[in-house]
Design a protein around this ligand. Structure first.
Ligand SMILES: C[S@@+](CC[C@H](N)C(=O)[O-])C[C@H]1O[C@@H](n2cnc3c(N)ncnc32)[C@H](O)[C@@H]1O
Length: 218
């Protein structure tokens, strides 16, 4: 299977910083703390990319499984990890492959999907989210960090749409990602019967563009 992130996988986090300042990284790390992650928590990262959030969860004592289908992204993660000797002792199990092939239903305490589900059209996004929810144990937690639905007045909403569609179009061009409206994960999780426990917003240039949601599987 061709590596869709071959072109931009190596510079993905750098480009995220140019595009969002620290907002995307803050969003990805926000729910990973002592309240959510206990020593030995089993945490799965779907579409983990370069994995700065993976390292954070492992530093907090989690047993982490990370899955990514892109060899370029996985190589970059391995490179970043090997730069710090203390990372050698972290409990991280990297899997190069399709998350839909990941089994072990009900195995994970926490499933993290940061900027992953927005890659897909609505039908595939729903298939993937349903699969991620199956991998999470009962009363386990799911964390979704991503673009948030437009809010505020007409000008703010329009700015947010332009901001999102510029990224979606660029990723369609370089990685073949789907172009779609901004997903309302809060509603989607609610409709699937999850209980929203926390939601945090992250701004760039004074506007809330991102959010991270922590929800519990009932
Ligand atoms: C937009 S990037 C986000 C990466 C990372 N989570 C982040 O926030 O920086 C989406 C990632 O999902 C991965 N991906 C796409 N389809 C996948 C699949 N079916 N299984 C596992 N990973 C996949 C891509 O290779 C890419 O690394």
């Amino acid at each position: 299977m061709p590596d869709k992130y071959k072109l931009i996988g190596r510079s993905y986090d750098f480009l995220s910083k140019i595009y969002s300042g620290d907002a995307i990284l803050s969003c990805k790390l926000s729910m990973l703390n002592e309240n959510t992650i206990k020593k030995g928590s089993k945490v799965l990262f779907a579409g983990a990319g370069q994995g700065r959030d993976v390292l954070r969860a492992a530093e907090l004592g989690a047993e982490v499984t990370m899955v990514d289908i892109s060899p370029t992204m996985m190589n970059k993660f391995n490179h970043l990890r090997s730069k710090h000797p203390q990372n050698e002792n972290l409990n991280i199990h990297p899997i190069l492959g399709d998350i839909l092939k990941q089994e072990g239903f009900g195995e994970f305490d926490i499933v993290v999907s940061n900027f992953f589900l927005n890659v897909f059209d609505e039908e595939k996004m729903n298939t993937l989210l349903t699969h991620l929810l199956k991998l999470c144990r009962k009363n386990g937690q799911i964390i979704i960090g991503d673009f948030c639905p437009p809010q505020g007045g007409v000008i703010k909403k329009t700015a947010q749409q332009i901001y999102w569609y510029s990224a979606a179009t660029a990723f369609f061009a370089v990685a073949g990602n789907a172009i779609h409206t901004i997903y309302d994960y809060r509603k989607i999780l609610d409709d699937k019967g999850l209980r929203i426990k926390d939601e945090q917003f992250f701004s760039f240039l004074g506007q809330k563009f991102y959010h991270s949601i922590l929800a519990e599987k009932q």
